[in-house]
Design a binder for this molecule. Sequence first.
Ligand SMILES: Nc1ncnc2c1ncn2[C@@H]1O[C@H](COP(=O)(O)OP(=O)(O)O)[C@@H](O)[C@H]1O
Ligand SMILES: [Mg+2]
Length: 254
Amino acid sequence: MLEIDSLTKRFGGLAAVNNVSTRFEAGKISAIIGPNGAGKTTFFNLVAGTFAPTSGSVRLKGRDVTGLRADQVARLGVARTFQTTHLFDRATVLDNLIVGHRLRTHAGLWDVIFNTARLRAEEKLCRDKAEAALDFVGLSHLSHRIAADITQEERKRVAFALALATDPELLLLDEPAGGVNPEETVGLAELIRKLVRHGKTVCLIEHKMDMIMSLADHIVVLNYGEKIAEGSPAEIRRNPAVIDAYLGAEHADA
Ligand SMILES: Nc1ncnc2c1ncn2[C@@H]1O[C@H](COP(=O)(O)OP(=O)(O)O)[C@@H](O)[C@H]1O
Ligand SMILES: [Mg+2]
């Protein structure tokens, strides 16, 4: 699904992502872990076209997508969620999804605001997709709720629905269980498995080690922008460099 070769992103003197190569298989769950500031979100930004890399390449299903804009990458089947779920708090959940769909598939807000005729023509299609996505994530009952009134866990599910509305093949999930309780985390992990059962490929960034270890097929570990390890959960758990950098001795014992 995704082949990353020697990917590097510098911000001034800082190499936020430094010469990272890896690949994500179709139909699998891959995870990116690493300490805060390791370059995980920057890696997603490079794949999703939010930033162009300083060097290196990104191939999606064999096609070179290096340096394409975010809306172009979205149209090729990549969707993402963000660490923080930004919603229009005074709009309903359903309206958030309808507008979000436009923002993700068109060049910018300008287009959404001024292209109202086309927006209306497409509204039925957008609405159907939004309702289907809400149903998929188990939030149909909240479609007319004001976004400000839903819980953190429900916001996370809305983020999934926003990503799904563009019919992606690859989903990049940035801390999908951030700020939710352990019970809700189990529910979100189940939702990620459901995505894969429906043919999606998933890559997630997460700090919750129990979730990652039970969910991921493949784990990539970043530290100071560099890939220090990759492998199955069992391999990562016993990798000395990972234990040093990140997991700590108690996880190694476990
Ligand atoms: N837009 C940016 N401009 C300058 N520095 C950035 C930018 N985005 C991220 N960084 C820096 O790059 C490094 C990696 O950040 P990030 O990818 O957000 O890490 P992570 O998601 O692993 O916590 C950090 O040192 C961060 O301060
Ligand atoms: Mg991050």
